[in-house]
Design a protein around this ligand. Structure first.
Ligand code: HEC
Length: 175
C-alpha cells in the first residue's frame, strides 16, 4: 500500500466514525424523544387492566347516563332520591316554598310559574319556553346549570339517568 492509499483509508475510517457518531446521535435523540410517548401510552393501557379488551367485548360497562334496556321507572325509588332535593324543596301537598319552590304538582307546569316565589332572572328569561315535562326535567336535573345557565338552584345534578327517570315518575304522582 502506498502512502496515498494509506491516508485515503484513514480518511475513510475517520469519515465512517463521524457518520456513525452523527447518525447514531440522531437516532439516540429522536429515539428517545419520539417513540417514548407511544411506548408510555401502551404501558399505561396495558397496566390498567390486562383483560380490559376482553371484558369490554363480553360485558360492556353500562353507561350511567343511558337508561338500561327495558327500564321501567319506579316512583318509590324516585321518592327516596328526592331526599337529595329536600334541603331546598318541599314535596308535600301542603308544602311551602323554601329555598326552592314547592314541588307538589310541579309536573306539567310552566317554568317560574309561582308569582310569590322569587326566581333567578335566568328562570324568568325562559318563561314561555320551558314546561316541566319529562324531557325538560330530565335535562334540567341532569345538570341544572348547563340546561339553564344562571339558575340559582345550587345542585350539581343527578348523573344517573335511572335516578332522573325514577324521580320524574315520583314527581308525576304529586298531584
Ligand atoms: C340547594 C338548593 C336546591 C336543591 C338541593 C335542589 N333545588 Fe331545585 N331549585 C332550587 C332553587 C333556588 C330553584 C329556583 C331556581 C332559579 O330561580 O334559578 C329551584 C328550581 C327547581 C325547579 C323549577 C321550579 C319552577 O317553579 O320552575 C325544579 C323542577 C326543581 N328545582 C327540582 C329539583 C329537584 C327534583 C331536586 C333534587 C334532585 C332539586 N330541585 C334540588 C334549589 C334547589
Amino acid at each position: 500500500m502506498d502512502s496515498f492509499s494509506r491516508w485515503f483509508c484513514i480518511l475513510v475510517v475517520v469519515a465512517d466514525l463521524l457518520a456513525i457518531t452523527y447518525f447514531g446521535g440522531m437516532f439516540f435523540i429522536t429515539g428517545s424523544l419520539l417513540p417514548k410517548h407511544e411506548e408510555a401510552h401502551i404501558v399505561v393501557a396495558g397496566a390498567e387492566d390486562p383483560n380490559a379488551h376482553k371484558s369490554t367485548v363480553s360485558a360492556p360497562k353500562p353507561d350511567p347516563d343511558v337508561l338500561p334496556e327495558g327500564f321501567v321507572a319506579d316512583a318509590a325509588r324516585g321518592a327516596t332520591i328526592s331526599a337529595k332535593c329536600k334541603a331546598c324543596h318541599s314535596f308535600d301537598a301542603d308544602g311551602k316554598h323554601r329555598i326552592g319552590p314547592k314541588m307538589w304538582d310541579i309536573f306539567g307546569k310552566q317554568i317560574a310559574s309561582y308569582d310569590e316565589f322569587s326566581y333567578s332572572s335566568a328562570f324568568y328569561d325562559k318563561q314561555g319556553e320551558i314546561v316541566w315535562d319529562e324531557e325538560a326535567l330530565y335535562q334540567y336535573l341532569k345538570n341544572p346549570k348547563a340546561y339553564i345557565p344562571g339558575t340559582k338552584m345550587a345542585f350539581p345534578g343527578l348523573k344517573k339517568a335511572a335516578d332522573r327517570a325514577n324521580l320524574i315518575a315520583y314527581l308525576k304522582t304529586l298531584q
